[in-house]
Design a protein around this ligand. Sequence first.
Ligand code: AHR
Length: 516
Amino acid sequence: MIKRIPSLVFIFFLVVVANAQETNKMIVDATSSTAVINKNIYGHFAEHLGRCIYDGIWVGKDSKIPNINGYRTDIINALKEMKIPVLRWPGGCFADTYHWKDGIGPINERAKMMNYHWGGVVENNTFGTHEFLNLCEMLGCEPYISANVGSGSVVEMTQWIEYMNSDKDVPMANLRRQNGREKPWNVKFLGVGNESWGCGGNMTPDYYVNLLRNYSEMAGIYGQWKLQQIGCGANGADYNWTEVVMKQRPGAMSGLSLHYYTIAGPDWGNKTAATGFEKKFYFSGLEKALKINELIEKHSAIMDKYDPKKQIGLMVDEWGIWTDVEPGTEPGFLFQQNSIRDALIASLTLNSFNNHADRVKMANIAQTINVLQSVILTEGSKMVLTPTYYVFKMYAVHQDAKLLPSQLIGESYEMDGKKIPALSSSVSEDKNGNVHLTISNLNPDKDISLSVELVGKSFGKVNSASVLTAPDYNSYNSFEKPATVKPTDFRNYKITGPSTLNLTIPSKSVLVLEIM
Ligand code: AHR
């Protein structure tokens, strides 16, 4: 049975029903889709920081660790299975100290440099432009290059563009050929500066936007206007930055970034541990991560003023939880573990990106391996998939699917007099007509029943359903016990009518269902 109910009516109906019956209710409108969920929302970030590149991605051809031309075989397979769509490199703060010509040519002749930001180690540039772009080819993902505006120059950036993308008989393309690569890589995404308000040059927005106009014009010319240029955006709630950059932006800018890190502790000096934390930091981690909704909405409102047709994407190119480093590890390497709480942070953040797919066109969690909210951790030849990895794998069904607007009226999760919504969700329809629901229950102590009503489509059957949960609110996967937090089949659902489904969602869990 196909029903059509105008949105306002069904929202009213939903509120009345939910209040009257004190139930949790979700209504999904399958009659109108407002946006496509850009697959690049599921992107990642790899910086020359700690053990992300070396040990994480790259071990070199002579390593005893199984590798394909120097790249760890286990990592390549895991990232492919997770369907990584885009990878940002080489930083981060590192990008604004990076000079790309140091990272090309025969490996043993490459210049060394100081990694000033991260642990003060000497970077030998073994992993450079060829190694990164060839990695992206192997993974089948788009490379996103972060250009050096802080300590680089327009010349350096334009030569890099020519090196990566030109197929002509010109100096940089010929240098690339001399280094063994005939075809250009045709890089699509270029970041013009990283955190230019901070480690990327400590600029004011007015100063930065002038530089952006200059770099952007030249990137456009050298890149033959094919590159999607991403301007440096705000640090969290710095709305003035967005206002100034949007107002004076260059015409070629197709994205503006946003960085937002979740700190579970009271401030940056007291971030709290990644494991063994108290329940109050489970709550505060989720509470602070939920701020992403407000940030997206307020930055989008400013962007709407200057770009009402929504042609410029909001690119959240650094996000995730940032905790204390693991005890005994180098503080500058930012190596942290990852718990079920962090998986829930990933799920509620990805739901938010999906639900704002009209404006959010890319996002890159920080960082892929062995740094901050990583999807994979390594120790020698061992590899562990974190709870966050499984969320990305479960949510891959949303990549390039149509967003179905949904409304969720549900209970709260309360702690110490504070409240957050207990449920988070998003819904999409893929090109085969399958509907995917991702729902998380943030309450660590209570299973929650939810009734889902699909408007404009009937439930045929549930094709598949899986759930990620854990024994405790701070459980994680260690190298000794790598399977503590892993998805399993979910069966606690019942189709109760042509377009109604009832579910009981376990405490502290992330759920994905495919319905046809
Ligand atoms: O992801 C770690 C660092 O956080 C990045 O290098 C920088 O851009 C941000 O401050």
